[in-house]
Design a protein around this ligand. Structure first.
Ligand SMILES: CCCCCCCCCCCCCCCCCCCCCC(=O)SCCNC(=O)CCNC(=O)[C@H](O)C(C)(C)COP(=O)(O)OP(=O)(O)OC[C@H]1O[C@@H](n2cnc3c(N)ncnc32)[C@H](O)[C@@H]1OP(=O)(O)O
Ligand SMILES: NC(=O)C1=CN([C@@H]2O[C@H](COP(=O)(O)OP(=O)(O)OC[C@H]3O[C@@H](n4cnc5c(N)ncnc54)[C@H](OP(=O)(O)O)[C@@H]3O)[C@@H](O)[C@H]2O)C=CC1
Length: 420
């Protein structure tokens, strides 16, 4: 058994965001490689009419957890779903549950966040800043806590070209923003948001940067590490290749391309497509949890998990690969044959959007109306183009991320653990 897998044996682990994309893969890897862990506490809220138990069963019954059932047949007994809503200041966790979390937790992986680029500042601060602060306060009351691993994003300082593995100060103190949001009404917040976020491209990246500052300011005597993944894509190897369960980031664009909805995008073809497989990110998270707990670095270390300077790909190459894949394994009944044009020219992009996206959608909706069916293509196309417009900032630039800490950590691992 690997040193890292052995480390998690007998441990009580708290994961926030465990029902999310990254959280599910983290849980799966822990149960599969450390089946003798004591318990995984997950903070869950009811969603889409499902109770906590129903959500947990749905996750454990999914294809992602098929291997777990073989190596950890009693997984249902080792997962403890705790009702929590991170939108509430005390997370709305019951006294008994809170008591158990505070007295038993050994490791925290804080994945929960709102990753929407169009969230309101109030909601994004609540989730990505205030909730982080609240969790750190909880962590400071955990006598058995060995490590607190905070998941940020490699884009939290995307207003810089070169980003080091350090926590950069934000122009405004997080506490001042949290306090102001308590009395400002939504209209005023909407008005000041562009000035507040300055040269950050959206509220998501801005509040992730604020969250990192809170981690630094409220770390007290905690043993903390921050991980910054770039764009997290489908699984590469574990538990099987190609698993993804959301339409965020590249996932939605690739699907839209395969269905023939999207045929052109405003992107710099040679810009680095910094996509990192989710299982690679989870491997680093587990390694960081082990290293932070065992080696107890003197300060909060930041780890970049990006592909750019180790194994760079660009959007053109990714486009070619995506088209080749859909050539081999096409979607059933695509709207059109997949095609992929990149342009960095705004006028050309607008032309493509009119001719290749909006017009065909309108024509198709006319056909649906004529055949007595409800038109839907124009609405879908508008939503897709809105999503693409929010992603454009990230596909027309490249960044340089230093990876000294991540490479240092890799050098500390046994050959078996280096293979993940
Ligand atoms: C032709 C060329 C082709 C080229 C071919 C190939 C080239 C390769 C590809 C090239 C390009 C790659 C670009 C990557 C750049 C990424 C940079 C990220 C950097 C930071 C990464 C991070 O650090 S952070 C993770 C990333 N963060 C996001 O990427 C959030 C974005 N996104 C949103 O900010 C919201 O998504 C936004 C947009 C508001 C929509 O919002 P919206 O209001 O239009 O859509 P909704 O959210 O309402 O959802 C509409 C319906 O989709 C359902 N749905 C929603 N989300 C779902 C989910 N996740 N899984 C399942 N289903 C979901 C929902 O249930 C609705 O269904 P219904 O209508 O039935 O309710
Ligand atoms: N995906 C990516 O490309 C990247 C992600 N990251 C970071 O990784 C982390 C996880 O991202 P990802 O898994 O993609 O995000 P998801 O949107 O898939 O998951 C977000 C998680 O946070 C939980 N959550 C959101 N709001 C609340 C709330 N009010 N109360 C309780 N739980 C809540 C969600 O629970 P629920 O299921 O109930 O909604 C879900 O479990 C985030 O911190 C993100 O910033 C960093 C870089 C890239």
């Amino acid at each position: 058994m690997s040193t890292i897998a052995a480390f998690y044996g007998g441990k009580s682990i708290l994961i926030t965001g465990a029902t999310g994309f990254l959280g599910k893969v983290l849980m799966e890897k822990l149960f599969r490689t450390s089946p003798d862990l004591k318990v995984i506490y997950i903070l869950v809220r009811p969603k889409a009419g499902q109770t906590l138990q129903q959500r947990v069963f749905q996750i454990l019954d999914s294809k992602l957890f098929e291997k777990v059932k073989e190596v950890c047949p009693n997984v249902h007994e080792k997962i403890r779903a705790i009702y929590a809503d991170l939108n509430q200041n005390d997370f709305a966790i019951s006294k008994e549950d809170m008591q158990e979390l505070l007295s038993c937790t050994n490791i925290i992986f804080h994945c929960a966040a709102t990753v929407r680029f169009d969230d309101t500042l109030r909601h994004a601060v609540q989730l990505n800043v205030t909730a982080t602060r609240q969790l750190l306060l909880m962590a400071s009351q955990m006598p058995k806590l060995e490590a607190f691993i905070h998941i940020s994003t490699a884009y939290s300082n995307c207003n810089l070209k070169h980003i080091d593995e350090v926590i950069y100060p934000c122009p405004v103190e997080p506490k001042k923003i949290i306090d102001s949001l308590e009395w400002l009404d939504d209209a005023i917040i909407d008005e000041i948001t562009p000035k507040l976020i300055r040269d950050w491209p959206n509220i998501y990246t801005y509040t992730k940067a604020l969250g990192e500052m809170v981690v630094q300011q409220e770390s007290r005597n905690l043993n903390i590490a921050i991980i910054r993944p770039s764009i997290v894509g489908a699984t590469w190897q574990e538990p099987f290749p190609g698993w993804v369960d959301n339409i965020n980031g590249p996932n939605g664009i690739i699907i839209a391309t395969g269905k023939g909805f999207l045929r052109a995008i405003k992107a710099t073809p040679m810009a680095v497509a910094d996509v990192i497989p989710v299982d690679t990110v989870v491997n680093l998270m587990l390694a960081v949890g082990w290293y932070t707990a065992v080696h107890r670095p003197k300060s909060t270390l930041v780890y970049h998990i990006t592909s750019g300077n180790m194994n760079p790909c660009n959007w053109h190459k990714m486009g070619v690969q995506v088209l080749a894949t859909f050539e081999k394994i096409p979607f059933e009944r695509p709207f059109r044959r997949p095609n992929a044009n990149f342009t960095s020219n705004s006028f050309t992009s607008q032309y493509w959007n009119a001719v290749s996206h909006r017009a065909p959608a309108i024509i198709y909706d006319c056909y649906l109306r004529l055949t007595g069916r409800k038109p839907r293509m124009t609405k879908l196309m508008n939503r897709l183009l809105r999503t693409v417009s929010m992603l454009e900032y990230f596909i027309n630039r490249s960044w340089e991320w230093s990876t000294y800490n991540t490479e240092m950590l890799m050098s500390e691992l046994s050959p078996e653990d280096q293979r993940g």
